[in-house]
Design a protein around this ligand. Structure first.
Ligand code: 9Z3
Length: 322
């Protein structure tokens, strides 16, 4: 299927060349199998979800840009995956089935309140050399394990990992093409920090770049924005929320507004590096909405009110479009 064929935007050639030159996604068949199984389990005619059919793809963490074909070094970014992991929890709570497309090794749903070194700190050894749950974390572990088990047993959470920008965009395409059939009932919450620049595989060093060659000159090419093709071709009716992160407040809202228009997003969540854990601004065609975490509760996160608002807008959209 030539899914790029009817795209009139100027970045058509860039998108095509990005996908044509990307390293082959080795586990594409397995990912597709998992996706089809997940969707059949959640939305088959006999499943309880028939009438509701709420399905979300949450992207999380940052993409890497390899510098060598046999990669030793890569460019990375700061994203921890907290936002995507927390959002996934709230979407599951709101009755969604969630495809969690996340950077390998970043934050996972239900692990936010566990200690950093989870496996080692959550357990301890008693006097008889038996391993037992560390009482300090017992309540937190109990809550996290139960919530995770519920999602796993109900089959409402599918976790798909990525590392590179190539993997991320190819998998996002597979997911979007699979969710397309849900029309306005599919939701994309694109919180992953996507690299803006990459080294095209054709001009990448094959082996480890040698330091004895002196100062390194790298030519990075712009990663084509996939939001327009997601909206126009991959899943045209889906409810799409993208993110805009800036460090300069003066340009944040302007850039978010531009993304809203240019990529025809339903919402753009504008956040600034210094405060993104505390507050965000939701930019929509009907105006902006400030969302902050509940400062009175130290454990409250901004994703709680954010997802509540997103779900409200999504339901209004889905019922008006169905
Ligand atoms: C974000 O702005 C996310 O909110 C954060 C979340 C990356 C700040 P953490 O994972 O951080 O909780 O540590 N994501 C940026 C999404 C992005 O890259 N957007 C592209 C852009 O701005 C468009 S898709 O150009």
């Amino acid at each position: 299927m030539d899914i790029l064929g009817s795209l009139e935007e100027t970045n058509y050639a860039d998108i095509k060349s990005f996908f044509d030159s990307a390293p082959i996604l080795k586990n594409a068949a397995e990912i597709n199998r998992q996706l089809q199984e997940f969707l059949a389990r959640n939305f088959s005619s006999s499943s309880n979800n028939q009438g509701l059919r709420k399905v979300a793809c949450v992207t999380s963490g940052g993409t890497t840009v390899p510098l060598e074909q046999q990669c030793v070094r890569y460019i990375d970014n700061f994203a921890s995956g907290h936002r995507g992991a927390a959002a996934t929890e709230y979407f599951l709570k709101a009755g969604f089935s969630v495809v969690f497309l996340h950077r390998r090794g970043t934050c996972q749903p239900y692990c936010q309140s566990l200690p950093y070194d989870q496996l080692l700190e959550c357990f301890e050894v008693d006097g008889d050399s038996n391993v037992r749950v560390n009482p300090t974390y017992a309540k937190t572990i109990d809550k996290a394990v139960s919530a995770n088990c519920t999602a796993i047993n109900q089959g409402t959470l599918l976790k798909i990992p990525f590392t590179t920008i190539f993997e991320y965009l190819q998998i996002l395409q597979l997911i979007a093409l699979s969710l397309r059939r849900f029309g306005p009932r599919a939701l994309f919450f694109l919180a992953a920090a996507v690299s803006d620049f990459y080294v095209p595989p054709g001009s990448m060093a094959v082996h480890k770049i040698q330091s004895r060659s002196g100062p390194l000159d790298l030519r990075l090419v712009e990663v084509p924005k996939m939001l327009s093709i997601l909206r126009k071709e991959w899943a045209p009716l889906a409810f799409c929320i993208s993110f805009k992160l800036e460090t300069d407040t003066k340009i944040l809202l302007e850039k978010a507004g531009m993304a809203l228009e240019k990529y025809d997003m339903h919402m753009v969540v504008a956040n600034e590096l210094s405060s993104y854990k505390e507050r965000v601004i939701i930019v929509t065609k009907n105006g902006n909405i400030n969302v902050s975490r509940d400062m009175a509760r130290p454990d409250a996160d901004v994703e709680d009110p954010l997802i509540e608002l997103v779900v409200e807008k999504y339901l209004a959209y889905a019922s008006s479009t169905s």
